[in-house]
Ligand binder design. Structure first.
Ligand code: FES
Length: 137
């Protein structure tokens, strides 16, 4: 069902966990299956480069592999570059996913967007630690 690249990524997940001293947070639920993904980042406020990123998911193998790959693709990038990352680009970098698993890759894209938006809202003073948003897709 999965190609070799996806299996390799799944067996060697990158950036699992929570970033210490994170300043960006996103939590996304996948309405299609009920799985959840949480992402944290440390974004350098001077350069707006994503220096650290971590994810945790209650998701399937496809969700884990795409989340892992997505974190490696946004690490070291600016927030604007991260916002432009699509789930299709992540899936393409893994050589594709079975059609019925494509929805799983949306978790990573949406979590990155939620995380960056959280950072931008926090920077604008709209969010405090006590009112972190959650979002369903
Ligand atoms: Fe839920 Fe894949 S089946 S994320």
């Amino acid at each position: 069902m999965y190609n070799e690249e996806v299996i390799k990524e799944f067996q060697n997940l990158q950036n699992v966990g929570v970033v210490e001293n994170y300043n960006a947070y996103g939590k996304i639920g996948n309405a299609a299956c009920g799985d959840i993904m949480e992402m944290t980042m440390y974004i350098n406020p001077e350069t707006e480069i994503i220096e650290q990123v971590g994810f945790r998911t209650f998701g399937c193998a496809a969700a884990q592999a795409t989340s892992s790959r997505a974190t490696t693709l946004v690490k070291g990038k600016t927030v604007q570059e991260a916002l432009a990352l699509s789930n299709k680009a992540v899936v393409d970098s893994l050589g594709g996913l079975p059609a019925q698993k494509m929805h799983c890759s949306v978790l990573a894209e949406e979590a990155i967007k939620a995380c960056v938006e959280n950072y931008l809202d926090r920077k604008a003073g709209k969010i405090t630690d006590s009112n972190e948003p959650t979002k369903m897709v």
